[in-house]
Design a protein around this ligand. Sequence first.
Ligand code: TK8
Length: 337
Amino acid sequence: MKTLFKPLLACLITAGALAAPQALAADIKPRIIRFGYGLAEDSNQGRAVKLFADEVAKRSGGKLKVKGFGSASLGNDVQMQNALIGGAQEMMVGSTATLVGVEKDFGVYDLPFLFANEKEADTVLDGPFGQKLIGRLPAKGLVGLTYWENGFRNVTNTKRPITRFEDFQGIKLRVMQNPVYIDMFNSFGANAVPLAFAELFTALETRAVDGQENPVNTIQSSKFYEVQKYLSVTKHVYSPWVMTASKKWWDGLSRDEQKILQDAAVVSRAFERKDSRAEAMRSVKFLTQQGMKINMVSDAELKRMRDKAKPAFDKFAANGGAEVLKDLQGALGQLRK
Ligand code: TK8
């Protein structure tokens, strides 16, 4: 027996040294994976999709080819989610806020002033709470691979700087297609208009709406500074992105293929967060140079906004969200102990 094993072992070692380590005897078929996203190629989202594609290629010996489709060229977030559920598209990354049509509880992330900083967000999203929520998706036809950072959202508009919630009075503000955002901004006195991101630039340019809210990265990469004058740093919501796959398609993949995608997703997460945070630090200066008038909102005024938004919390809880909200507040409480 001993003598038989040796040549076999030698063979395996040679094969291992020659083949790409991941691809060794792995069950990987050549596949094209259409990966859609809403922002421009030259955005934090686009850069991370590219990194994910490279990582998947590397780990699959070039067999799995992720093709990125930016600027909502495969459809807006909601349309892509439906394409994934139906099996007409393989993967996407988009806002958790637009997922509420598929799984209502994702709306919990949209409640204002929950996360105090990025570190809290990372810990909760990557920990049991965030994973439990992602775990609801397969029953709805999606597989959630990981969260990325969209970021803390800030308000831009053409009318006036927002220094207190009273300044929202009468401003037509585009929000994501999500009831929590509609309730929140209406309670501040704005006129909240739900609209797909893909239509936002034109809506701002034609003055169909006066303003919008997004992280500074997006205000930069989507060139909103060309059509918006005031940027008010409110950081009212920490907004995650979530990378999802079509469950119909995912179930047809081998375990090796699934593992490659899952592992590459985790690598892309680390890259994306680091890249987004570095860019956010530079964006404020860039946006000032483009002529935007930027104001910070005081903590006292942010607290008034938070109090004013209380009805959005109550309504979310009353509409079946009480448990998920309690869970999230519990997870945050643990962190802050
Ligand atoms: C991109 C969107 C975007 C989001 C929005 O498709 O709609 O305002 O912040 O990032 O998901």
